[in-house]
Design a protein around this ligand. Structure first.
Ligand code: ADP
Length: 155
């Protein structure tokens, strides 16, 4: 069984993340969308809130599971028996950052392979960082986030 982990902060999940998962679905038997908890980082939304949004967004996708982990992504993959990591690439800056991490994960994660999907042009400008800035600045983030998230935010 081909199991892949799509790791990230998902603070919050964006339409760019959703597009990557949808396009990766035919490639794997199971995708675990997993929130990595980095103790050095502060988040806008709690782990519980981010997990709840992920669960809602992918509720009708039976091959998608939601999880979270502390520590190294590669160790989490080994622990749950995932042979693949999924990452999205928006730009050359993403590539430079991801290249080293992928090479490292291949060693630390015992032949863990990272599969990269290039973002679609209509999503390549979307990041959780700009979404957070819009929300904090009281702008309209709804074009960039799934409906379940924008509906919650407008409550
Ligand atoms: P991290 O904190 O690891 O950067 P993110 O939640 O920001 O986590 O992103 C998780 C993954 O989703 C990364 O591989 C990132 O490149 C990818 N990603 C984020 N936004 C987009 C987008 N708009 N299009 C394609 N991939 C994206």
């Amino acid at each position: 069984m081909k199991i892949a982990v799509f790791p990230g902060s998902f603070d919050p999940i964006t339409k760019g993340h959703v597009d990557i998962v949808m396009r990766a679905l035919p490639l794997f038997d199971k995708i675990i969308v997993a929130i990595g908890i980095n103790s050095q980082k502060t988040y806008l939304y709690s782990l519980e809130q981010r997990m709840a949004w992920l669960t809602e967004v992918f509720q009708d996708k039976e091959n998608v599971e939601i999880d979270y982990f502390e520590g190294l992504t590669a160790h989490f993959c080994n622990k749950i028996g995932a042979q693949y990591l999924i990452r999205g690439l928006r730009s050359a800056a993403d590539f430079d950052y991801e290249k080293t991490i992928s090479q490292l994960n291949n060693i630390v994660g015992k032949d863990l392979e990272t599969v990269f999907l290039i973002s679609q042009p209509q999503y390549s400008h979307i990041s959780s960082t700009i979404v957070r800035e819009l929300i904090i600045g009281e702008g309209d983030a709804s074009p960039f986030i799934p409906d379940v998230v924008s509906n919650d935010l407008s409550k």
